[in-house]
Write a protein that binds this ligand. Structure first.
Ligand code: GLA
Ligand code: ZN
Length: 674
């Protein structure tokens, strides 16, 4: 998409549901005063407003919304306008039951919840089209409106007959003939061949549930259907005459959709982040959030929006722990450090009833501005104004880690070598953490992303090599890149069909080894990786490995840096290195403990020429950079829980925070270097 989203400032504000307060104009009025006081410059409206916008079929009631938008505008507040399709009015399901979703057991749901509709239903699509078009016609060119918020948190799937038909169409388009589908899906196994596309049904616990390729394609189809619906929503907005940019709010590590496919259908990516702070050491939560921010930013490789975050505590997590004083500031700035151009909250005013009545909000049931939360929100708003020049600047990453949703789907669904837990996410984090600990910006990429420009690329547990992926990795290394590949990589193609002729597929010569067998370890089992004397990285410590141990056979010109310490494969390689073209390929054979990666990436990072923004970063301190026109913004945040020394070398000036080398827990600073 080519609609540039340039706001020239950070957006601060969030979800607001004035439709819940139409009977209290006094409250609506006070709220605007509060918003101004808290430096709120952007308000999202319209999520879940359908029943108020169209109380009966075709009867549009937009006046209340017009009034809110005018009032906000008159007070210098921008509007993110949502389409209301995340939930539907009762009259619609009563009159057109087909709009309701059908679950995998083929039961049609009853009215209720949200995202409980069929993305295929022509009726739902038509109702959506009329609504979006009317909203766009009425508000789509209003100067207050800066962005369209399409629906709310797309998710879930529908197994109704209409969706089944679309699935078959999608498969027909993909495979052409049923013979091709049978071959790619390996349906001869258990006599599950299809003789026509009409016979195909979505996976179900009551039926076909073990044909991995069917399940994988179904998941891809669900993403395609969702995107098709999103595009239809956008088309209706354009039809209504609005040309403003669009976003959709994505969710934390959501496995129901393949978000990389949203790259070209959104003008800007936005997402909702609800970490459980204070559950474990702060820095661990920070790393976890950082990875998700980076994942979202990497979809389009440009700044994103934090569309929702909680000013205090949510009400849907197991325990609603309040954010400790200073946490909101640290968490908000952390999002910005990783590339967010906003800090938006769910929600501005707490609802009086129903399921989110105890969800944290900027203005709570008490209704005043003299609360701790309100004060902290105000401080965040002031901080965002102070660092305003950072808005829109880029995050440039020297390193990337592959985390691909299709790979995740395929690997988790496939049976063996460990059905209990493959620890995929942990493996991703083990690559990510030590790089971030050095203050290196990291992109979290999919197989589709280019590898150009990275000094180091980690490809952990890339079980699936989509067509051409081995070539891409080889070209990257050949041209001088440092590639870190791990166990359980290059095993299957994109329909989960095992590669014949040895793995990692297409990489045997380049990586200088072939995987011969893989050992699954019980949770209590452990092996060790023992360094070999004279290994070129100078590794000298022994590390434990768990869960999976790959038994590889190396070529003569492959260096073995570490070997297994126990079991019948004692002495076999645990870490290898192979020079390839102008670059190099490391292969990590086992699920090594975190400390291994710490030492490994410290050394490999230096070898690959990664440039650290700071020489010494104490453990638990988060460092990230954004850049624009030669200026570098350095974000330093102390998530260690202790007071630490973080001196800054060079000609930095302070943009936010207190000067000095010492940093207290949760303290943040933003430095600028020209
Ligand atoms: C999601 C939704 C919001 C709200 C919050 C609560 O992110 O988008 O509407 O329900 O969760 O945390
Ligand atoms: Zn359906």
């Amino acid at each position: 998409m080519d609609r540039q989203v340039e706001y020239g400032r950070f957006l601060h504000g969030g979800d607001y549901n004035p439709e819940q307060w139409l009977h209290r104009p006094d409250i609506l009025k006070t709220d605007i005063g509060y918003f101004k006081k808290a430096h709120i410059n952007t308000v999202s409206v319209g999520m879940f407003s359908w029943a108020v916008l169209e109380p009966e079929e075709g009867n549009y009631q937009f006046e209340w919304l017009a009034q809110i938008i005018e009032d906000l505008y008159a007070n210098g507040i921008s509007v993110i306008l949502a389409t209301p399709t995340g939930a539907r009015p009762k009259w619609m399901v009563d009159k057109y039951p087909e709009v309701l979703r059908v679950n995998e057991n083929r039961e049609r749901n009853l009215f209720g919840g949200r995202h409980n509709h069929c993305y295929t239903s022509p009726v739902y699509r038509e109702k959506m089209r009329q609504m979006n078009k009317a909203l766009a016609g009425r508000f789509g060119n209003h100067p207050a409106v800066i962005l369209w918020h399409i629906s709310n948190e797309y998710g879930g799937e529908c197994h109704c007959p209409l969706c089944q038909e679309k699935f078959r169409e999608w498969l027909r388009e993909k495979y052409g003939t049923i013979e091709e589908l049978n071959a790619r899906w390996c349906t001869t196994f258990w006599s599950h061949q299809y003789s026509s596309f009409e016979q195909i049904e979505s996976p179900s616990p009551r039926g076909e549930n073990e044909l991995h390729a069917l399940k994988l394609d179904w998941k891809r189809f669900v993403t395609a259907r969702t995107i098709d619906f999103l595009q239809a929503e956008t088309a209706a907005i354009r039809e209504g005459g609005s040309d403003k940019p669009v976003t959709a709010n994505l969710m934390y590590d959501y496995a129901g959709l393949d978000y990389k496919k949203f790259k070209d259908v959104l003008d800007i990516v936005s997402w909702d982040n609800y970490p459980t702070w204070h559950k474990e050491e702060e820095w661990k939560t920070a790393v976890d959030c950082g990875l998700q921010h980076d994942l979202m930013r990497s979809i389009q490789k440009k700044p994103f929006l934090l569309m929702e975050s909680c000013p205090s505590s949510t009400n849907w997590q197991a325990v609603s722990k309040l954010k400790r004083p200073g946490m909101l500031m640290a968490a908000s700035l952390h999002a910005v450090a990783h590339g967010s151009d906003s800090v938006l909250y769910f929600q501005l005013r707490q609802s009086q009833g129903a399921s989110e009545k105890f969800h944290g909000a900027v203005i709570d049931h008490y209704g005043g501005d003299d609360t701790r939360v309100f004060r902290e929100v105000t401080e965040v708003g002031a901080m965002l104004e102070q660092i305003r020049e950072v808005a829109g600047s880029a995050v440039k990453a020297q390193a990337a880690v592959l985390y691909d949703r299709e790979n995740d789907w395929a690997m988790k669904d496939s049976q063996g070598p460990r059905n209990e837990d493959l620890h995929y996410m942990e493996c991703i984090q083990k690559q990510y953490k030590p790089l971030r600990a050095q203050g290196i910006n990291v992109d979290i990429i999919s197989m589709e992303h280019t590898l150009e420009g990275y000094k180091l690329v980690a490809v952990p547990m890339a079980y699936m090599f989509k067509e051409g992926y081995a070539e891409k990795l080889k070209t990257y290394a050949k041209n001088g890149g440092t590639l870190v590949l791990t166990y359980w990589s290059g095993i299957v193609d994109d329909t989960d069909r095992c590669y014949l002729g040895g793995t990692p597929h297409g990489m045997i010569e380049a990586a200088g080894l072939r995987s011969t067998e893989i050992d699954g370890l019980y949770d209590w089992d452990e092996n060790h990786a023992v360094p070999r004397q004279g290994n070129h990285l100078g590794l000298s410590k022994m590390y434990s490995c768990r869960n999976l141990c790959d038994l590889v056979k190396v070529q003569d010109d492959t260096e073995v840096l570490m070997q297994y310490g126990e079991d019948f494969y004692q002495g076999m390689p645990a870490l290898t290195y192979h020079a390839y073209g102008k670059g190099q390929i490391y292969y990590v054979c086992a699920d090594m403990e975190e400390d291994f990666y710490q030492e490994f990436y410290e050394k490999v990072g230096a070898e690959a020429g990664l440039e650290k923004p700071l020489e010494q970063i104490p453990k638990g301190v988060s460092v990230a950079t954004r850049e624009r026109d030669g200026a570098v913004y350095l974000f330093i945040q102390n998530f260690s829980g202790k007071t630490v020394e973080v001196p800054v070398q060079g000609t930095y000036t302070l943009l936010y925070g207190e000067d000095g080398a010492q940093m207290k827990p949760l303290e943040s600073r933003v430095w600028k270097k020209n």
